[in-house]
Design a protein. Sequence first.
Length: 428
Amino acid sequence: MHFSILTIFPQFFSALDCSLVGKAQERGIIRVDVHNLRDWTSDVHHSVDDVPYGGGAGMVMRPQVWAAAVDSVRGAGKAVLAVPSPAGKPLRQNDLLRLSRARQIIIACGRYEGIDSRVTQYYAQQRDLEVFEYSLGDYVLNGGEVAAVALVEGVSRLLPKMVGNPDSLTEESHGAEGILEYPIYTRPAVFRGIRVPEVLTSGNHGAVERWRRDEALRKTCRRRPDLIQNLSCARLGARDLEVLAEYGWFAGPGEARLCKTEFGKADFAGPGEARPGSLPAFSQMCASAADLGAQYVYTAVYEGKTVACAFVSAAGECVSPKNGEDGHSPACVLQPVFDPAWDTDRFRVGFTARSVHALRSEAENLAYSCLYLRVEKGNRDLQRYYRSLGFRQVRGIFPAAVSGNEGNHIAGGRGKTDITMVFPLSVE
Ligand code: ADE
C-alpha cells in the first residue's frame, strides 16, 4: 500500500513514524510519501490560494497547483484520491476496508476554505481513479492533515500482517456486527470502590459471551441509535430482541429493520380510556378486556400510531408454576393485540418481553405471581422464542387452575388452536 500525502505542512506527518504505522513502514508493509504542495507552484511567492469567485470570506486553493501535484505523484494502475473535508461523506469502517484494497491512496490535504471544486470534478472523470471526499465528523478542523493521519492509520491496521491478533479486528466497535464494543476491564477486581461485573470472574464462558452482547447492544442503544436502525432483524435472537425492547426498539413491519417506538402504560378503565390509534381489532379487544376487568394496557406507539396493545387482566388464582404445589397464588393474563402489519414473531417477542419486564417490575404492587399468555399451537418458532424468554407451556387453554376464566372467551374464537404458556413473575 502506497500513501502519497499532499500538504503545505509536511512536518505534521512525523506522527506516522510512531507506533504500528511506523513499524509497518520499516517492515515495508506500507510506504508513506509526504510531499510539500508548494513544490508545484510556479510563482515567486509559492502561493497556493486565491480569492473566491463570487466573493465571501477566506481563500480558496488554486486548482492548477493541485492538479500538477496529483498528476506528478500518481503511479500506474488504479488509485484513490482521498480528500478530507467537513463536507465529505462521514468516514466509516466499511470505507477503510474498501480502501485497504487499493494500491495507492493520494491524500489531498486542503487548508483555508478548501480546494477549487473543479479538482475533484476533473479527477472523478478519470479512469482508474476513485475520488473519495470524506469527513471525520460534524465539526470543522483547520485543514485535512488530522483526517489524513486518521485515514492512514485506519487503513493500515486492516492490512494483512499488521495486527498481531486478527480476532481483535472482528470484535471491536464498528466491526462486522455493526454495534459498539462491550465494556472492558482488567485487574484489579475492585478499583476505587468499583467492582468488575461479577459474571466476568465467574469462569462461565457462555454467560460472559451473553453479557458482553447484552451490554454492547445496550451501549449502542444509548449512544448510537443510528447503528441500531441499521441492524438486520434476521441476525437477532430472542435475547437480543428482549434487550433492544428495553430501549423501545422492536422489529418493524416485514421484520427487516428495527423501529424505535414509545412504550407506555395506561390504566385501563374501559374502552374509551385507552388510545389505540388504528388497531382494527381494538374495539372487540377492548370490550372483552373490559369484561375481564383488565387493569392496565401497555402500548407501543410508532410515529404517533399505536401498533400494539397488551391488556393485563386479573385471572384469579393459579397453581404456582414454580413448584406445582398446593400454593395457590394470584395470576394475571397478558393479552396482546397487534396491528396486522406489525404482527410478526419477532415483534411479538420484543413487545411481549417488554410488557413482561414492565409487569415484573410492578409484580409486588400488583401481587401477581404468574402470568399467562396464549400462543398459536402451530407456531413453534414463537413458542421457542417465548421459552427462551422464560415462559413454559402448561396444559389447557388458561388452565382450570385459573379460576373465573373459561379460556376461550378471552381472545375469542381461537381457543382450540392455542396453547397456554406461563411465566413466573415473582421469585419467592
Ligand atoms: N477538514 C476540516 N474539517 C474536517 C473534518 N471534520 N473532516 C475532515 N477534514 C476536515
